[in-house]
Ligand binder design. Sequence first.
Ligand code: NDP
Length: 237
Amino acid sequence: MFGLKDKVVLVTGGNRGIGAAIVGKLEKHGAQVAYTYRSDPGANGKLPIRADVTNLAEMDAAVQQVEEELGPIYGVVANAGITNDTLLSRMNPEQWESVISTNLNGAFNSIRPVAPLMYERKEGCFIFISSVVGEQGNIGQVNYSATKAGLIGMAKTLGLEGARYGVRANVVSPGFTETDMVRTIPDKVKEKILKTIPLRRFATEEEIAWGVVYLMSPVTGGYITGATLSINGGRHT
Ligand code: NDP
């Protein structure tokens, strides 16, 4: 139905949370999915690879391994991400750098080794996992929102650069989603956040993963590039 059968996809941070749901859903629709993790490989996916997205050499090696073991990569989902929150007036350079280097440099490191291969083969698809915080801003997350807004710019530019090669680049921008990242938020803050969400609940990981399947699919997403799919319960600006 989605034309994903046997397509090889690499998902970063696929061992848990939204990434694991993406791995599961792509596999369910026939894709052969490799994914990266840092510490615990998790339970799903055909090919777990230990690789830190902040390290270009490790991502380069991961890409080579996927190509050797599963075949030519059709899609990359740049999902790995972290938060390190505080107000700008208290944020030290290390807090700023850690988030930039994982969320933004990490996305670059994840797609840079693959792009020339896709361009040569004249097909492929990049998907960046951004955030409602990148679209709207959020107090205490100046580092995180900068990276997530940056991913939207990257996808727009790569949509233009890749078009002549038939390579698409898009963004899935989740709202607050029930994962470890949100489970660590204090209950009082969560209650406040819920009041800002028109649908009055957090997203499930599955609901975000469906967005990735839709955009990755050459059937449903074949004419979509440079776009952002916001899945946020109605929290649009
Ligand atoms: P989790 O905290 O549950 O998982 C984060 C994932 O990223 C883990 O797989 C982790 O691997 C991986 N990761 C972090 N740093 C690195 C690194 N340096 N190298 C490789 N992998 C790394 O997060 P979510 O599932 O909630 O988030 C997934 C994506 O969705 C992130 O980009 C996040 O910003 C975004 N997002 C999440 C929202 C939410 O409400 N949850 C809302 C909007 C966007 P490991 O387990 O090995 O540390």
